[in-house]
Ligand binder design. Sequence first.
Ligand code: TXA
Ligand code: MG
Length: 365
Amino acid sequence: MLPRQTRVLHADQARPSEAVIAEASALLRDGGLVVFPTETVYGLGANALDAAAVRRIFEAKGRPSTDPLIVHVTSVEDLPALVRHIPAAVAPLAARFWPGALTLILPKRPEVPDEVTAGLDTVAVRVPSHPVARAIIAAAGCPVAAPSANRFSRPSPTDAAHVLADLDGRVDLVVDAGRTDIGLESTVLDLTVTPPLVRRPGGVSLEALRELLPDVQLVSRVMHTGEAQVSPGQLLRHYAPKAHMTLLDGPTDLVRARAVSMARAGLARGLRIGLLAPAEDLEVLRRALIADTPALAMRSLGSRVEPDGIARELFEAIRALDAQRPDEIIAIGPEPHGIGLAVLDRLTRASEGRVIRCGAESSGA
Ligand code: TXA
Ligand code: MG
């Protein structure tokens, strides 16, 4: 049964009030669903050791039960209760990246319910750095399973308004502490395979991981809906706006020229076209399409020279552009390194694989 009423409590980012933390943690202990902020995105939390509570997460999100959850704890010291064997790489990774936006996949102990791990023999664990998340988990006194607090296949929420748009009436409590800092999800690193595999690029860059794990590999980005999933975040329909999105990839000048010709073709067919791009690209497109601007919906991702800002803005930008109801969205991403890799991953999924590699294709798409 889903809760009928969702309460919203405000919390100070850095110093949440004890009353808010007490209420959120009591709900978690009682098997309730609590949405709380993390430094990446908002999470939809339940007691990870309470199978019935965990099942309600899937119900609230409309998420298939084959898609495992991340378990949130406050310290690397909490691992032995969840994990059967702790590989040698964990200590240096935890020392460098925890608390923070890195999730580790490790062999699970039988005490972790199958509901959390979708029956897998492994469990994903993360130590968040957000003071509100940390205070709630510590006060609850249990590990907290929490996927991103969005309805299944929608963009992840970076503020409480996104959460309520998707989950009002489906969770017990939303703790609102303003916008999240990183803006996209943690990096998921599988330490149960050799070499270690990044199953989802995220808040910790591949370059930073390579400093500690020189042989780390990145799982191939695009996977088709319906294929067997090792890491369900690879599901292609994800983060999707209601409008069809196409991502343009390649050298900047070719990408911009392609965006202009695609936009003109769409407008000529009477479609309302959305443009989602870094500020520099959007400015060029705006000038080229100046006569058509009233029929265009444009949303900047922020400057190319500030990829952290683009990551922070991404999901809000997708939701805001979608709210202008374009028929089609043409998207341009940042450079494919650092956090830009994670941004491109999310844009690829939001496009459900409609990616045009400009300069590489022989015929039009
Ligand atoms: O930043 C984040 O990671 C956010 C915040 C709330 O912590 N959480 C999040 O959870 O993004 P979710 O459920 O939306 O994504 C979890 C991803 C899944 O897509 C799945 O690929 C992977 O973690 N995952 C979880 N358990 C796994 C496992 N045992 N094996 C492989 N992948 C797993
Ligand atoms: Mg998610």
